[in-house]
Design a protein around this ligand. Structure first.
Ligand SMILES: [Zn+2]
Length: 471
């Protein structure tokens, strides 16, 4: 049999097993392990098309129920609201929400036990945690029913990119919480017969690892990829550099990291695929994502209330992202400051897809992704991403900062890197630094990802680098 016939045969077998898993295996599994999932999915598929006013009313209804529950059963919120002089009854409109205090990660670390609701019995919740950008883990509880509705939200947002339960998809994902510790490229039975994900670990996106990804993808030919944004871009660049043109997808859903300028095009070109940008976090799951029209990211507004609020000290035109999980009772997150900044400008025109879920302004990065100058000016890390994009002798850069007066730029140099390359880097950095901070350039062999698998373009340090490293 010729190779193309063999491929055709395997594609048909794939379609048949995908349909079987979608129609039989997945629903049966979901019924047993996530009993509320199907109901939520049906509900979310309907509410995404509600009239905008109806959607707002639904949000307020869910918010008021959450606030009443938090006030009654969660000591932390009762205390906070009382101190702020508000009760759940005072919150009647979206404008009133601003009366409620903001919840920080620090609050969660300091008061975790007081934030647990006595309304939800311990066997109806599960513990979860996030690494947090500083590395100190943050623990929280999710209602079992909320885990079901989170899954329903994800399935709905995946469907906008054409990815349905049962479809093979590659998962270029680094979080050990999500994919386990063992980098085993062979799908185990659950992955093969249920999740249908081919896990490609990103903890070390080395050339050898990427060559292995190519082999796995050629074998299974998934039509979709879900990926850390930066890892997807690195893998796309690898395929382009090695003239690998047969790894194609219908869609690439990128998440967990910022999609840096220019990277969307690189990923789309390398994989002949459409990129679907997504924004989410472990604490509340999917926050917003692009639909098939790519007009911006639709907020998961029937499950979350998302605010972008200006605050002192932020760069002009940007606000901090505050999220309220409308459906989680066991440890409510109300106006939770997630640590990201978004543009205050939101999409105004209705999206041609007909969904009323509002569009969020562009995510500008984590607060920790910004370099800070002594005069208080902030430089968005991602805006520096293109700094050396056209310099073939600079393969990778990362900025480290402990104090406003000092910035260290780590550089992975290519073979032609020399004194002139360094001078050029300094020349390009000059307009940003404005003589306010000293720039050290340090050469290094590689810049590893964080333990979470994410790549940080800017890293804030607790203490300055020792002189021996910072030159
Ligand atoms: Zn849309």
């Amino acid at each position: 049999m010729s190779a193309s016939l063999q491929e055709k045969g395997s594609a048909i077998r794939n379609d048949v097993s995908s349909a079987f898993i979608r129609r039989a295996v997945h629903p049966l599994w979901a019924m047993r392990t996530h009993p509320a999932y199907a109901r939520y999915l049906k509900d979310f598929e309907r509410t995404q098309y509600l009239h905008p006013e109806e959607l707002k009313a639904l949000q307020m209804r869910r918010l008021r129920q959450l606030l009443v529950s938090a006030f009654r059963y969660v000591p932390f919120y009762r205390h906070r609201m009382t101190r702020a002089g508000v009760t759940p009854l005072d919150i009647q409109t979206h404008e009133d929400v601003k009366l409620l205090p903001v919840l920080t990660k620090r609050d969660m670390q300091d008061h975790k036990d007081l934030m647990v609701s006595s309304e939800v019995s311990p066997h109806l919740r599960e513990a979860n945690q996030t690494g947090g950008s500083t590395g100190s883990p943050l623990q929280f509880y999710v209602d079992l029913e909320r885990a079901d509705s989170r899954m329903a939200s994800t399935v709905r947002h995946n469907s906008w990119a054409g990815l349905r339960p049962g479809d093979w998809h590659a998962q270029l994902w680094g979080s050990r919480y999500d994919v386990g510790d063992q980098p085993d490229p062979r799908p185990r039975w659950r992955q093969k017969w249920l999740y249908r994900n081919l896990v490609l670990h990103t903890a070390a996106v080395s050339e050898a690892a990427m060559a292995e990804y190519v082999e796995i993808l050629r074998r299974y030919r998934p039509r979709h990829m879900v990926a850390y944004a930066q890892s997807a871009a690195i893998f796309a660049e690898f395929c382009r550099a090695n003239a690998i043109d047969d790894i194609t997808f219908d869609s690439v859903i990128v998440s967990a990291e910022m999609l840096l300028p220019g990277k969307r095009q690189i990923i789309e070109d390398a994989f002949h695929a459409k990129v679907f940008n997504r924004y989410g976090c472990r604490e509340v799951s999917v926050i917003a994502s692009e639909c098939e029209y790519h007009t911006g990211m639709h907020v998961n507004a029937d499950a979350l209330l998302v605010e972008v609020e200006p605050a002192p000290g932020l760069p002009p035109g940007m606000g901090r992202v505050l999220v309220t999980d409308l459906l989680n009772r066991s440890m409510p997150l109300i106006r939770y400051e997630i640590g990201d900044l978004a543009s205050l400008e939101t999409g105004t025109a209705a999206c041609p897809c007909g969904r009323s879920l509002p569009l969020i302004g562009e995510i500008q990065g984590r607060t920790s992704d910004f370099l800070e100058l002594p005069n208080g000016r902030m430089i968005a890390g991602p805006s520096l991403a293109l700094l050396a994009a056209d310099m073939p002798d600079v393969r990778q850069v990362q900025f480290l900062q402990a104090v406003p007066t000092h910035i260290t730029m780590k550089v992975v140099a290519g073979s032609g890197y020399n004194r002139l390359t360094e001078l050029e880097l300094r020349r390009r950095m000059q307009p940003y630094l404005d003589n306010l901070a000293v720039l050290d350039i340090v050469l290094t062999d590689s810049i590893p990802s964080e333990p979470s698998g994410k790549y940080r373009f800017v890293k804030k340090l607790d203490a300055p680098l020792p002189a021996s490293i910072a030159n």
